[in-house]
Design a protein around this ligand. Structure first.
Ligand code: FES
Ligand code: FES
Length: 156
């Protein structure tokens, strides 16, 4: 059991957990941040995507000990002063979800993409989003939402 300080969505939170526990488990079960989803638990689906020090990562693969003191962003932290971020807003406007299980991971990955590459080509979008699985097959609307966010001209 270790004691860790996690910087989540701008807040410093202390957690007691085994160091090898996944960041995903700690976010969901210790910190009650359940917007990040458990899909496969093996790095294969992207449902658990969060942004760690500016990069989209699979939180099911990261031990909490490796995330201590780094900047963690989850879906709960994207809204600012009552305003959704551009990707969240675009997903809503395009209706880019069915069951919604993949959605927070999709939004986190797309947010990271647009921060690094504000005007990606279709190929860049497909490459970046390739590992995020949607079992409902809403890919066309997800791509449309990312395009809409990109064209909104706002920083993700
Ligand atoms: S739950 Fe992490 S990639 Fe599937
Ligand atoms: S909307 Fe159901 S898995 Fe993507």
């Amino acid at each position: 059991m270790g004691h860790y300080i996690l910087n989540v969505n701008g807040a410093q939170l202390s957690v007691d957990a085994p160091g090898e526990e996944s960041l995903l488990f700690v976010l969901r079960n210790h910190l009650d941040l359940t917007g990040t989803k458990y899909g496969c638990g093996e790095g294969q689906c992207g449902a658990c995507t969060v942004i760690l020090n500016g990069r989209a990562i699979r939180s099911c693969l990261i031990p909490v000990s490796a995330a201590a003191n780094l900047k963690i962003e989850t879906i709960e932290g994207l809204e600012r002063d009552g305003h959704l971020n551009s990707v969240q807003q675009a997903f809503l406007e395009e209706g880019a979800m069915q069951c919604g299980y993949c959605t927070s991971g999709m939004i986190m990955n797309a947010t990271s993409l647009l921060r690094h590459s504000p005007h990606p080509t279709d190929e860049q979008i497909l490459t970046a989003m390739n590992g995020n699985i949607c079992r409902c097959g809403t890919y066309p609307r997800i791509l449309a939402a990312i395009r809409r966010a990109e064209q909104s001209g706002e920083a993700a």
